[in-house]
Write a protein that binds this ligand. Structure first.
Ligand SMILES: *Cc1c(COP(=O)(O)O)cnc(C)c1O
Length: 463
């Protein structure tokens, strides 16, 4: 399988190169040159596979430049860090199925992709005798999942900037109690936007980037999307076995369009998904797009679901590429228009085509809290605010003709304050996190000043 960029200037590259490139060199996003499909018979054959074997089966269809035995070892190691034997268990609650994606080391679904990506990086770097310094800014979830993905790995140092005192207490503890030699937490005296601006400026300095072999782990890496395709297969096949249903629908809480794009790929591969329900909080550029073709940027508002407080969805270009008939020239022009005018053109035909695949709803903070409270009363099960948005949107938009699977993207204890507000009770942390506040911490505090950060990097990067 070869990979190409949505913008058309990069093509014919193998998987390993696509993983190391991250963002395509022409500014676009990398996609496979074709999407492999599975027949109904093939789906039946993989329906009983345990998660790691299913992952290997799906991934092998997209990866032909890593020997099978080595890929198998990488995949098995990546999912051995999940504390549930099913990795991503599916459970029936009320009239929906909950796909629990939060059994990895940081209690959020990003672990599913980043545990694998960390191992892939280490493997590919060792093969080419190279090293990498990962740098990123986080408002919480991505940073901790990335740190746990690469902690202790050879050939990689990671530097994660977070706004001092502005991530949730558990997120801060998760990051700063990782004391491995290759992990560097930087608390910036400023906002998330300050931290993000510093990272962007550092990446914009191409000489500096090259000199220090800087890399990123953001959600546009194709390997992350690919890892997420697997749990759509796993959940759909499980629920079909339980119910005998011909089709299922999924409801997906979305920010960067990464998670739901993986569902779109699974659908194109032949998985019988009737509909993908796209759920956003008040930052709803994506649901406006699906409901009325309006893709215009607005201000970002803070919500109870901070990991979805995003306006410009970095993975959306991948879907648009297919919607535009794989026309790279049109994508390139459209993305330029979006940068200057803050909106994207779609025809009414394209809107209709989008609505055959997706439906969408916007769930505000008030409805999020109501949903957590009501679901807890009805089923005894506690939803985190992101998952609650998916459940609320799913109940609103489901066709009713097949089982509904709601993606649970974080453990409720990760967003304990919102859960307490909704139910009156503090969710309990899993046993692995007990006593985390008494562990040794490793972090450096710095002003929101690019020179201070660069000086720190100069002293600590792998060379
Ligand atoms: C990142 C994240 C999301 C959004 O995922 P996207 O891939 O950006 O759509 C939803 N919920 C939680 C808990 C997250 O960490």
């Amino acid at each position: 399988m070869k990979y190409r960029s949505t913008r058309g200037q990069v093509r014919g590259i193998p998987f390993s190169e696509a993983v190391m490139m991250g963002l395509a060199d022409d500014g676009g996003l990398l996609l496979p040159e074709s999407i492999p499909t599975l027949s109904a018979d093939e789906l039946k054959q993989i329906a009983d596979l345990p998660y790691p074997q299913l992952a290997l089966n799906i991934l092998s269809r997209y990866i032909d430049d890593i020997p099978h035995a080595e890929l198998k070892e990488l995949v098995e190691r990546s999912y051995s860090t999940f504390e549930h034997p099913d990795v991503t268990p599916v459970i029936a609650k009320g009239d929906v199925y909950i796909l629990e994606l939060f059994h990895g080391p940081t209690l959020a679904f990003k672990d599913v992709a980043l545990q694998l990506l960390g191992n892939l990086f280490e493997y590919l770097l060792a093969k080419s005798n190279a090293h990498m310094n990962i740098i990123g800014a986080t408002s919480g979830d991505t940073g901790s999942a990335a740190i746990y993905g690469v902690r202790g790995k050879q050939g990689i140092n990671i530097f994660i900037l977070h706004p001092k005192g502005k991530v949730s207490p558990i997120q801060e503890l998760q990051m700063t109690t990782v004391t491995d030699d290759n992990v560097f937490n930087i608390a910036i005296e400023g906002t998330f936007d300050d931290a993000q601006a510093i990272v962007k400026e550092i990446f914009g300095d191409l000489d500096y980037k090259q000199k220090h072999a800087l890399g990123a782990v953001n959600s546009i890496n194709w390997a992350r999307v690919l890892a997420q395709v697997v749990y759509y297969f796993y959940a759909c096949l499980q629920v079909q076995k339980l119910t005998g249903a011909k089709e299922v629908e999924f409801s997906v809480p979305t920010g960067n369009f990464g998670d739901i794009f993986a569902g779109f790929i699974a659908m194109q591969m032949g998985l019988p998904i009737k509909k993908l329900i796209l759920a956003t909080n008040g930052n709803n550029i994506l649901s406006r797009f699906v409901t009325k073709g309006d893709y215009s940027a607005a201000e970002v508002h803070h919500s109870l679901s901070p990991s979805m407080d995003i306006q410009v969805a970095s993975n959306f270009e991948r879907y648009l590429f297919y919607l535009y008939g794989e026309d790279s020239a049109r994508i390139t022009a459209a993305m330029k228009t979006f940068q200057t005018d803050g909106m994207l053109p779609v025809s009414s035909e394209e809107l209709t085509q989008t609505q055959q695949i997706f439906s969408a709803a916007t769930i505000d903070d008030e409805e999020t809290l109501k949903t957590i409270g009501a679901f807890s009363k009805e089923t005894g099960y506690t939803l985190d605010p992101h998952t609650a948005i998916g459940v609320a949107a799913g109940k609103q938009m489901r066709t009713g003709s097949c089982p509904l699977i709601c993606l649970a993207t974080a453990h409720p204890a990760k967003f304990g304050a919102a859960v307490k507000q909704a139910t009156g009770d503090n969710p309990t942390l899993p046993p692995a996190f007990e006593g985390i506040d008494r562990l040794e911490r490793k972090l450096e505090t710095m002003p929101a000043d690019i020179e201070a950060v660069k000086q720190y990097l100069d002293r600590h990067v792998l060379t």
